[in-house]
Every structure is written in C-alpha cells, then in structure tokens.
Design a protein around this ligand. Structure first.
Ligand SMILES: [Zn+2]
Ligand SMILES: [Zn+2]
Length: 307
C-alpha cells in the first residue's frame, strides 16, 4: 500500500513537499510565458551553443522549460520565494509518469467513453482534478515515447508536463488530487491496450481479435448507418499496425480521415495531428507520414469501400 503525501495548500510549501518526495518540479507562470533561456541556450542568440536540453551544461537553473525541473529543495525554495504565485509544473516522462489528460471542454468525456468502449475500462490509478473540470490519470511510464493525441479532448501527456495541485487553472479553479487530496505515486503500469501492438508484452486484456479493418462494404460510415470511425479509431488503427503493415495502415487511416473531414464528420487538423503522432509511435518518419497523409487527399476516390 502506497502512502499518500499530504500537499500543503500554499504553492511554495507544496512545491517543496513534491521536491522532498523526489518529484521533479519547475515553475510555470500563471500566463504560461516561459522563462527565458540564457544566451548559451537561446537559439536566437549569437552566443548560442548547440546542445540538447538533456545535455545542458550552462549551469543556469531555469533554462529549457521543463528540463529545468529539479528535486533540489533549496533551489525550489528559492524559486518560489522569488515568485510565490508561480504554478507547479512537473515533467511527465522525467518523473516516470505517462498521463491521460481528459479535457471535457474539447469533447474529452465523449472520447473517453468511446475509448473505454473499445479497449475496456482502464485500470484505476492516481487521478488529479485539473481545476477546469478536466482529469489527469497518472500511470507508470512505458520505456518509449507515446503519441501525443488520442482523440478530441484526450491527450497523452508523456513527453511534456502537467501542473500539480494546488496550481491554479486558467479558469480560476485549483488542481486537486482526487480522493483524500493526498498525492499517491502511481503504481499502475500504462494500460497495455493503449500501447502500439508491437510494444505490447502481455496480450491485451480482452482476447477478442480486433479486426476492425473491415472487408469492403462491411462498414457503414454515415450517421445512423452504423458505427462510424472517429479520430481515436483511426489513431488506434495505426497504432495496432504490424511492422510490415504500418504504411498501409497509415495510408488507410489517412484516406478515411480525408473522407470523414469532407463530410464534416471529423476535424482534419485534429486527425492529422493524431495520425502523425501515432505514425511516429509505430516507427514511421515524420516526412514519410506527412507525404502519405497528403497523398491520401489527392487519391482518386474509391469510396466503394463504404458501400
Ligand atoms: Zn542556459
Ligand atoms: Zn542549455
């Protein structure tokens, strides 16, 4: 049984409590304006020295956004003494977390329901209420990068950061750990059903083979005519593709995305973003994926498959 950590109500004390618990934190201004990099880390500066953020040697503790996050309690105390109302940011991957971020303002609840319908109920884990009506579900990070977008209103936060309680949401509400309000370190692994198929070690929780790539004429696309592809379905289709089939799977999904967007059933930009991040998760290069996505739009119509 994991012991929870009580989080003080004031931001400076809370930031220290996280650092003491071994959670890397950094300051995030209320208006999200990033802290400027030093001249050696600023790409626009003539004194810029080319380096990756993770290899930075400049010694200035605020450079490179979330890469500055630290468990150094002295430094954390100094940061929040300088700016007591700064929100508390925590990088996900650097803390060993992979986070599902559900934003109901953008259709996240519907996407989440569609997701659970498809892969089953997700395992219970550490959850945070975002202060804006949204929800974070924190899982243990897998050892490779996850794509960024699952569907409208649902993000995977992995190679990024989240704000921690009691940070103040843009809407004015405060972030808060669900339940007792204590922080519990996530102990549940990222759900296998949400991994690209080739990364899944264990079989997915449901044994049903997921042949959701129907023979021609098998799937109705029009409203009222049966099940429709959503952006999340298309993303999952790419993530489920095998090594040899991922180009085809991506192209298939890209064609469906263009068709659905033509009928105003999905947002093309949203689909593109999701599919490109899924493509990178299954090992396609960004340029391959973009070229394929674009060519899908100019492809002569073979709408026959929708019957
Ligand atoms: Zn620097
Ligand atoms: Zn640097």
């Amino acid at each position: 049984m994991t012991v929870g950590i009580r989080i003080p109500a004031e931001l400076p004390a809370a930031a220290e409590a996280y650092a003491e618990a071994g959670i890397k934190v950094f300051r995030v201004r209320r208006n999200k304006t990033p802290y400027a990099n030093c001249v050696r880390c600023d790409r626009q500066s003539s004194l810029y020295v080319k380096h990756r953020p993770e290899d930075c040697q400049c010694g200035v503790p605020t450079c490179h956004g979330f890469w500055a996050a630290t468990t150094d309690v002295t430094l954390v105390r100094r940061w929040w003494a300088e700016e007591p109302d700064a929100n508390i940011g925590a990088p996900c991957k650097l803390n060993g977390w992979a986070v599902i971020d559900i934003d109901p303002r953008n259709g996240g609840n519907e996407s989440y329901q569609a997701l659970e319908k498809r892969v089953g109920v997700l395992p219970g884990t550490t959850m945070q209420l975002t202060g804006g009506g949204g929800l974070h579900m924190l899982y243990r990070s897998p050892d490779f990068d996850l794509p960024g977008l699952l569907g409208p209103g649902i993000d995977f936060k992995h190679n990024g950061y989240i704000l921690l309680a009691p940070s103040v949401h843009a809407s004015g509400g405060r972030y808060q750990w669900a339940g007792s309000g204590e922080y519990m370190a996530p102990t549940v692994a990222w759900p296998a059903a949400l991994l690209p198929r080739k990364r899944r070690q264990a079989p997915p929780p449901r044994a049903t083979p997921r042949h959701r790539f129907p023979a021609q004429g098998n799937r109705q696309q029009r409203p009222g005519g049966g099940r429709m592809w959503t952006v999340a379905d298309l993303v999952q289709h790419v993530m489920d593709s095998h090594d040899g089939g991922r180009n085809n799977a991506f192209f298939f999904a890209a064609c469906r995305a263009h068709e659905l967007a033509e009928q105003n059933l999905i947002d093309l930009g949203e689909a593109q973003m999701g599919l490109l991040s899924a493509a990178s998760a299954v090992g396609l290069t960004d340029s391959e994926a973009r070229a394929s996505f674009d060519s899908a739009s100019t492809r002569p119509s073979d709408r026959g498959w929708v019957a």
